[in-house]
Every structure is written in structure tokens, then in C-alpha cells.
Design a protein around this ligand. Structure first.
Ligand code: MLT
Length: 411
């Protein structure tokens, strides 16, 4: 008899975005002619840029030539891509990285979910609340949490750092000692950012407590304001205590193409029960070489083209387009009397639901009355209850239409 990993039984029946898709499917089947506008899952809608597509075509042609064909690539990623990543995304910000500190992968979701494998099961970890559910669920699966407490809407043995209106949606340092901290900035779901000084308090905390920060910077390309750190490695001392996750998904429209990378500096250490230090970089390499055979050559060639002059220009145009949508949502909702956050340095707008309306109640109302799909804040954690997330990843026309419907159709 095969026994189940009982940690899986602690999880809610379905992943947040699967549940949203299920409700949408049901509504569509009951209302087949309905023109639904999707502003739920943060999935891009603009196609890949021409620079990227050309590079991918060329790489596919190479794969068909006897002399240019490539089999397994390096698990960590091709150097031609890693060198471009370092030169474009880090060197100009004063961050020095070596090639063996960058690990190319098929997604930041995969990496943020897998990285916890390197830590002991008794590791105490903290997450902001609300939070991208992958950090929580992957730790639940690994047995690092207790049971789900229905009443609290939280798992036992997770340190939650509430982000609410009172603290400006910025988490306070934990009041108990933690070993591992997940931070995502610009934030999914709230769209908020931390300043360099604010991020420094986290790096200092980690250095003083031998903790490690898993920093998700998947939305870095959407930062518009000066003084907002693009990388945690812009903060002094971060190389000792931080790992950073980056992605081409939202930056360059790769949600369906899949390419991302993770930075693990040589200095970051984890400790065994005898207090002996071990290199996290070496452990991640060990893990990846065992479980992963790298991203396909055409996809890495396409990702490298993001850094060409044309590629940079084209992705900037697309990001500007999405951020113009973010402004339409933000301003439109503010004019309609909603309290809104985010949308300035991120493609997410976090709004307070009217009165005492619950997040899922607002989801259903928005879907049924305005035919707009968003994401209930409660799906990101207990502190998300009473909030709702909209994404800027749609056409300008649909974004305007959605805001108009919210203003005029909601009773
Ligand atoms: C989201 O909507 O939060 C993201 O698209 C999910 C993801 O990137 O996996």
C-alpha cells in the first residue's frame, strides 16, 4: 500500500488560481454570451517581442542542423545568457555577480517553490500576509507547518507578518526569531514597494539572526520611481544573507515560454546541527544538477535577445503599456471612491472592498454584475480579507471598459 504524504492533506482543495478558473468556467457555461474581462491571474496578454521571436526562430533552425544541433545544455544555464543577465540587470546597479551565482530556470514559481528543500524541516519561516501562495503551499507540502486553522485562516507554525492599512501594507520585523523570510518586492499581491532603507532593516535583521531572505523580484521591471531597489543586492551586506528570484515572465512576456533565474551568492551559508556552515550555492547546484536538466536552448536564446537593443526597447514599450493600464485602474477606482494601493511600481492594484464586503463575495459580485474577473484578497492570506487584486495585464480598451463597468454596474 502506498501511503500519502499527509502534508498534502493539509492544503485547501485547490490552488487559488485554479479555484478562480473553476468559478469562471462555471459562470461562462451558465452565461455563454457574456463578454468577460479577465484581470485575475497575472498573465501577460501582449505577444513576445519581435527581437525575441527572431532569436527563437534562429535557435530552432540551429537545432535542425547536424553541426549546430545542441543536446543537454549546462543545468545552470548557458553562459551566453548568464553573462547578459549580469551585464544588464546587475552591473549597472553596482551589483557584482559571478557566472556561477546565476542559475537559469523555467520559472520563478518553480524556483521559489523548490528552494525550501534546502532547509531543515524545523526551520522557522516568515511570510508577509497577504502573500503569493506558492511560498506557503510549498512549505506545507514539505511538512514545515502545522495544520490549517480554519478560524484564523492561517497555518500553525508559520510566522505571518501582517500588511494592512494601519502599517501602510509594509510588514514589521518579526517579534519572534525566524530563520527564513520570504519577501516579494514590488509586491504580489499588493503592488507596494520597499525603499532601500526599509529593505536594509530586513538585511540587518537577517545578518543579526543568521537568517536567510528569499527575495522575489519578479516584478522589478515595473518599478517607475527612483530610490526603489531593483535588487536586494543593492543593499549592503545582502550577499551574505539573500537569494533573489527573477523572471522573464512579466518582464518580457514569457509566461507561456518559461524562463527565469535565481541568484545565490557564494557567501550565503546554512548550518548543520553541529553548527558547521555549508554553502547554499553549492547545495542549490547539487539540487538542480540532480533534478533539472536546464531550460531549452531556443528559450535561452530568446531570453538573451531580451537584452539586445531592440529587445530592451520593445519590452519597455510593452511594460509602459501595462503601466498605463495600471494608472487607468488606479485613477478610475480612486475617482469611484475606492481606497487603492499599488499600481505605481507594479502591475497589481490592491483595493479595499466596499463596506464589509468579503473578498470572495466581491469576486462573485464583480463577475456576475460587471463581468470582470479579479483575485480575492483572502486567497493570499487572512490579512487579504476585505481586499481585492486587479491586474494591468489586459488591453487598454478592456481595462477602460472594466473600470467603467465597475463604476456603473456594481449595485
Ligand atoms: C499571480 O497572478 O499572482 C501570478 O501570475 C502567479 C504567478 O506568477 O505564478
Amino acid at each position: 500500500m502506498a501511503f500519502v504524504n499527509e502534508n498534502y492533506l493539509k492544503l485547501p482543495g485547490s490552488y487559488l488560481f485554479s479555484e478562480i478558473a473553476r468559478r469562471e468556467r462555471q459562470f461562462r457555461s451558465e452565461n455563454p454570451d457574456c463578454d468577460i474581462i479577465k484581470m485575475g491571474i497575472g498573465d501577460v496578454t501582449k505577444p513576445l517581442s519581435s527581437a525575441v521571436v527572431e532569436a527563437m526562430h534562429q535557435a530552432v533552425d540551429e537545432m535542425s542542423g547536424q553541426k549546430t544541433f545542441r543536446g543537454y545544455g549546462p543545468e545552470q544555464g548557458y553562459e551566453f545568457l548568464i553573462e547578459k543577465i549580469i551585464a544588464h540587470d546587475f552591473t549597472p546597479r553596482g551589483v557584482k555577480l559571478s557566472v556561477d551565482e546565476v542559475f537559469v530556470s523555467d520559472g520563478a514559481k518553480t524556483d521559489t517553490a523548490n528552494f525550501q528543500e534546502l532547509f531543515g524541516v524545523d526551520t522557522v519561516f516568515a511570510v508577509t500576509d497577504p502573500v503569493y501562495p506558492v511560498y506557503v503551499d510549498s512549505n506545507v507540502m514539505a511538512g514545515r507547518t502545522g495544520l490549517y486553522n480554519q478560524e484564523k485562516g492561517q497555518y500553525d507554525r508559520i510566522v505571518y507578518l501582517p500588511c494592512n492599512v494601519q502599517n501602510g501594507l509594509k510588514p514589521a520585523l518579526p517579534d519572534v526569531k525566524v530563520d527564513l523570510i520570504y519577501l516579494c518586492y514590488p509586491n504580489n499581491p499588493t503592488g507596494m514597494t520597499l525603499s532601500k532603507d526599509e529593505l536594509k532593516t530586513w538585511v540587518d535583521y537577517a545578518r543579526n539572526n543568521r537568517a536567510i531572505i528569499l527575495f522575489d523580484a519578479a516584478y522589478e521591471a515595473f518599478i517607475r520611481e527612483d530610490g526603489v531597489p531593483h535588487s536586494i543586492f543593492e543593499i549592503e551586506g545582502a550577499r551574505e544573507v539573500a537569494v533573489e528570484f527573477r523572471s522573464f515572465s512579466k518582464t518580457a512576456g514569457f509566461t507561456g515560454t518559461r524562463c527565469a533565474y535565481t541568484i545565490v551568492p557564494q557567501e550565503v551559508m546554512v548550518y548543520d546541527s553541529n553548527g558547521q556552515a555549508h554553502s547554499l550555492n553549492k547545495l542549490w547546484l547539487r539540487r538542480q544538477t540532480t533534478k533539472f536538466n536546464g531550460v531549452s536552448y531556443p528559450v535561452q536564446a530568446a531570453a538573451a535577445a531580451v537584452f539586445s537593443e531592440a529587445g530592451q526597447r520593445q519590452i519597455k514599450e510593452t511594460i509602459d503599456y501595462y503601466m498605463a493600464n495600471a494608472a487607468i485602474i488606479r485613477e478610475g477606482l480612486e475617482n469611484a471612491g475606492y481606497t487603492v494601493f499599488g499600481g505605481i511600481n507594479a502591475p497589481y492594484i490592491w483595493l479595499k472592498t466596499p463596506g464589509q464586503t468579503g473578498s470572495w463575495e466581491f469576486f462573485d459580485k464583480l463577475m456576475r454584475e460587471a463581468h470582470v474577473i479579479g483575485t480575492p484578497g483572502a486567497g493570499f492570506g487572512a490579512s487579504g480579507e476585505g481586499f481585492f487584486r486587479l491586474t494591468a495585464f489586459n488591453t487598454k480598451e478592456n481595462t477602460e471598459k472594466a473600470i467603467e463597468r465597475i463604476k456603473t454596474r456594481l449595485s
